[in-house]
Ligand binder design. Structure first.
Ligand code: GLU
Length: 389
């Protein structure tokens, strides 16, 4: 059957495709090392699983409110106040099927054909596709290594037109791992305040920060920004709950109600008992978050040491998330060719930078165990050296 135009123009998610390919190769007995998807390798903490099991046993198996369980919406509002100084009520919160779905709902609800969305590149690969699926126009603003991959206030200002509806801010960033400093967030906020543009602040990696990096939600910078920002977040990365599919968006009440209408005709509520696990994640001990973070920090250090020792790669030090985004410019290869050859000859799976709008880089996730990291980086070293020789 002929595809609808909106789907015909959208490729499958390359992060998911590469992760699936690596898993399939492993199942076939191939010794492949996967650095594709950003998926923490830890099990979901016990107390979170126990809360979901209890909810199941208590019969939390029926349809729930489309916007999410009241108790979870309240817990999220408390979290946003406690951690981010954002004074939301439960009615400001919509629980969605993961962070990806929160963003999808925003674009579907607010974009009309031709509406523009400013997206700094390198970007998380689903942003432009979701904008296109909503008939919007992604306006990509290229940043590069020399600016530490950060959009500057003047770049943002220049990209704004009368058709601009949203600016997507993702800090800590997937795929680069950069974190905007509070001063940089304030400078971008000033540009936004001089315009009519709304912000989508994707804060899914807010807890994955290293050294002195700080997370500041742009929505916390005064009443006007608070009322013109959607904060998107979820449980997958912070609590190793990727398969649970629980995320959320917070914003002004009328806008949240409109998104709830969309959700009521598409997915209805998020899996009811999974939401009780999410409540336990927010209200229970946060020691699990600290433990996972210290494992990520150790892996980051080891991976960075390896990458910095590979001639021909240039890797900025990431301050957050769990990705390295080394430049492969000096190898003379484009990112697709590089990743295909790396997988074929050394059985290492990485994501080509072209998927994130940067064809001279690759993304390597360190949300995997230390042994895999060491072996994988040795293979990568060997691969790059053989190509440079
Ligand atoms: N966000 C993760 C990644 O970038 C998970 C995969 C996906 O949804 O794209 O790898």
């Amino acid at each position: 059957m002929k595809l609808a135009a909106r789907i015909a123009q959208v490729p499958a998610s390359m992060t998911l495709a590469i992760a699936a390919k690596a898993k399939a190769m492993k199942a076939d007995g191939i010794d492949v090392l996967g650095f594709g998807a950003g998926e923490p390798d830890f099990d979901t903490p016990e107390h979170i699983k126990a809360a979901a099991k209890k909810a199941l046993d208590e019969g939390k198996t029926k349809y729930g409110a489309a916007a999410g369980e009241a108790l979870l919406r309240e817990a999220i509002a408390r979290k946003l106040y406690r951690d981010n100084q954002l004074a939301y009520n439960a009615e400001n919160v919509l629980v969605c099927n993961g962070g990806k779905h929160s963003l999808y709902n925003i674009f579907q609800t607010f974009l009309d054909p031709g509406d523009e969305v400013i997206i700094p590149a390198p970007y998380w690969l689903s942003y432009p596709e979701m904008v296109k699926l909503a008939s919007g126009v992604p306006v990509i603003v290229q940043t590069d290594l020399s600016e530490n991959f950060k959009i500057t206030p003047s770049q943002l200002k220049q990209a704004i037109t009368p058709r601009t509806k949203f600016f997507v801010l993702n800090s800590p960033s997937n795929p680069t791992g950069i974190v905007y400093t509070p001063a940089e967030i304030r400078a971008l906020a000033n540009v936004i305040l001089d315009s009519q543009v709304w912000v989508i602040s994707d804060e899914i990696y807010e807890k994955t920060l290293y050294d002195d990096a700080e997370h500041l939600s742009i929505a916390s910078l005064g009443r006007e920004l608070f009322e013109r920002t959607f904060v998107s977040n979820g449980f997958a990365k912070t609590y190793s709950m990727t398969g649970w599919r629980v995320g959320y968006v917070a914003g002004p009440v009328e806008e949240i109600k409109a998104m709830t209408r969309l959700q009521s005709h598409s997915t209805s509520n998020v899996c009811t008992f999974a939401q009780y696990g999410a409540i336990a994640a927010l209200e229970g001990s946060q020691d699990c978050v600290t433990e996972m973070l210290s494992a990520f920090a150790a892996r980051r250090k080891v991976m960075l040491d390896y990458l910095n020792a590979i001639p021909g790669l240039e890797c900025p030090q990431p301050d957050g998330a769990f990705y390295m985004f080394p430049s492969i410019r000096k190898t003379g290869m484009r990112s697709m060719e590089f990743c295909d050859a790396l997988l074929a000859s050394h059985q290492v799976a990485a994501v080509p930078g072209i998927a994130f709008g940067a064809d001279d880089a690759i993304r390597i996730s360190y949300a995997t165990d230390m042994d895999t990291i060491r072996k994988g980086m040795e293979r990568l070293d060997d691969f790059v050296r053989s190509r440079l020789a």
